[in-house]
Design a protein around this ligand. Structure first.
Ligand SMILES: Cc1cc2nc3c(=O)[nH]c(=O)nc-3n(C[C@H](O)[C@H](O)[C@H](O)COP(=O)(O)OP(=O)(O)OC[C@H]3O[C@@H](n4cnc5c(N)ncnc54)[C@H](O)[C@@H]3O)c2cc1C
Length: 217
């Protein structure tokens, strides 16, 4: 039985704790402490594309031991994005773009895509990677609640790995007899977003930060 904040209860044969930044806190509800999750902030700058030299591909530097580095990529609505940064932080509620983000991102982005010097920055936003203290990719069955799986501290590469992680976790639950894997069923239709503002403006206003951040120029 899963109790929701609303007071409702949901009965489920199996449940997956994949609460990102809060996966450690959800695990605490089950009396467990598989990993401590902290935010690893990544900031992006949004530019309107320079008219004279369109960017048609994702520009990625050679990765280093620190990560994949700063990339520059076009969006389907013809913006150009540069980023991200990677900063170890403590506050899970701090989605702000910090004052030196431009200084950290722009020189690296310009090296790969010089026309960015003629582009105007129209926005900036930040994401928080759910990073694990001492361990990442903590995927394990609960020791206290039968049918509960923890999928925590999927710090980076989680988007690319999501289908594989999902398949792996479903397989673990099936192996333990909590779910039976059957033929695909259609997913319920997702609600359409009520806002028609550009996605990067919505991202920038996520958690109360402003699209017209101090970095927009
Ligand atoms: C700047 C940045 C750049 C990245 N670049 C890449 C990349 O290039 N390639 C890549 O593969 N990955 C990338 N990632 C990593 C990727 O976003 C993460 O690995 C992935 O989102 C982790 O997935 P998750 O499901 O564990 O957590 P999340 O995606 O954070 O999802 C957790 C969900 O749980 C919800 N939730 C939290 N608490 C509760 C609760 N108590 N009850 C109910 N729901 C709750 C949240 O609202 C959220 O919807 C990047 C991340 C950032 C921030």
């Amino acid at each position: 039985m899963i109790e929701l904040e609303s007071g409702e209860s949901v009965r489920a044969a199996a449940a997956v704790n994949c609460a990102g930044l809060y996966a450690d806190e959800v695990a605490h509800l089950a009396g467990e402490d598989p990993v401590t999750v902290y935010p690893r902030k990544g900031e992006f700058l949004v530019f309107s594309a320079p008219a004279d030299e369109a960017l048609e591909q994702i520009l990625l530097p050679v990765p280093s031991s620190l990560g994949k580095g700063v990339l520059v990529f076009p969006t389907i609505d013809r913006q150009v994005i540069a980023g991200p940064t990677a900063r170890e932080r403590e506050d899970k509620g701090d989605w702000s773009v910090e004052g030196d983000a431009v200084d950290l991102i722009l020189p690296l982005a310009l090296r790969m895509y010089p026309p960015l010097a003629r582009a105007s920055q129209v926005g900036a936003y930040a994401g928080l990677r759910p990073a694990g203290r001492d361990a990442n990719y903590v995927i394990e069955a609960s020791r206290t609640v039968p049918g509960l799986m923890h999928v925590a501290a999927i710090r980076s590469t989680g988007l690319s790995a999501s289908l594989g992680i999902g398949e792996h976790v479903a397989g673990m639950l099936a192996d333990q007899g909590f779910v039976a894997l059957g033929p695909d069923r259609p997913l319920p239709a997702l609600a359409q977003p009520s806002s028609v503002r550009p996605w990067w403006e919505r991202a920038a206003t996520h958690h109360g930060t402003s699209a017209s951040s101090p970095l927009a120029r």
